[in-house]
Design a binder for this molecule. Structure first.
Ligand SMILES: [Zn+2]
Length: 320
């Protein structure tokens, strides 16, 4: 094919696409027909994947990109991931820059008219977000640590699926409501357990600053060794400052996270020891990823229960 002919063809196809784009609503706002196949949903983290399962059951074909122990701040989409997203009807991600290295891919999917939804951006209003200490104008993305906020996200997922697959709208909405009830009772459980720890001792020290929403919801003073994102490493100064804080407040336990290397927290423990005080590692918390599928901690409800039980036992010096 001559160069000029191919140029003309590109031009014709381009004009055709523009015309089609003008003539109809973006796919994100349109319902689709899923009478002959399941709606294909891609979730980024397994926290979001679990939520889709709770709301949609087996009604949708679900792909979860990140498994147990995977850090979403550092995760880059593989070629296979991009392919799965490109073939999806709906892509659900946390947003508020949690999946910081995937922003461009999400934009690409939205341009392809795939329903691409940043759940925390949409479901958590500005007034309920916590500002990022690191980046002015940004918000902390870890909204799921406040169970009441996750209930909001749940309703939003129900609504997104209901609007896309209208034939099963009632199912998604009623499943979402039933799950919100479970989350309400989980929220009461976390609150009750937290109150077992005297207010002055409610200090939670973890690998990275993921627990600010948890701290606000359940009245804990929260310190992370690394910042809100794990993409910058903690320095020796950070370790010393945190060690001083531990000694000063006589904090009995530090906590590591499944999705972050435990080295930083171990360094704090050593630094505390060098100052003549002993602090133990109170256990491992599910931070930015749930546990293995098929275990209780492979669900959001199970992971949240594990976290609060571990935190309370650690701070009350109960046997682990
Ligand atoms: Zn995080």
């Amino acid at each position: 094919m001559s160069q000029s002919l191919s140029r003309i063809l590109v031009l014709i196809v381009g004009v055709g696409l523009v015309a089609a784009g003008c003539a109809r609503q973006p796919a994100a706002d349109r319902a689709a027909d899923f009478s002959d196949r399941k709606m294909r949903v891609v979730a980024t983290t397994n926290i979001i994947g679990d939520l889709v399962r709770q709301v949609a059951g087996d009604r949708v074909a679900l792909t979860t990109l990140m498994g147990p122990g995977v850090d979403p701040h550092l995760y880059k989409a593989s070629e296979g991931d991009v392919q799965r997203m490109a073939e999806a009807d709906v892509v659900l991600y946390n947003g508020l820059d949690l999946e910081g290295k995937m922003t461009e891919v999400f934009e690409q999917m939205a341009r392809r008219q795939i329903t691409t939804v940043a759940l925390a951006d949409d479901a958590v209003p500005d007034s309920l977000r916590i500002a990022s200490a690191e980046y002015v104008g940004n918000h902390d993305p870890h909204v799921w640590f406040d169970v009441a906020l996750w209930a909001r996200v749940t309703r939003h997922v129900g609504e997104v699926l209901a609007q896309k697959d209208t034939a099963h709208a009632d199912l998604y909405r009623s499943n979402a409501e039933a799950y919100v009830q479970r989350l309400d009772s989980l929220d009461r459980y976390v609150t009750a357990q937290a109150k077992r720890v005297p207010a002055a001792q409610r200090v939670l020290i973890t690998s990275h600053d993921a627990f600010s929403y948890f701290g606000r919801a359940y009245a804990f003073d929260v310190r992370g060794l690394q910042g809100i994102s794990t993409s910058s490493e903690a320095g020796a100064g950070d370790v010393q400052a945190l060690a001083d804080f531990v000694v000063e407040r006589r904090i009995p336990a530090l906590f590591v996270e499944t999705s972050v290397s435990p080295r930083g927290i171990q360094a704090v423990r050593e630094a505390v020891r060098a100052k003549g005080f002993e602090v133990r590692v109170g256990g491992t918390l599910y931070g930015d990823a749930l546990g293995d599928a098929g275990t209780p901690e492979g669900t959001y409800v199970g992971a949240v229960r594990h976290n609060i039980d571990t935190i309370v036992q650690g701070l009350l010096r109960e046997p682990i």
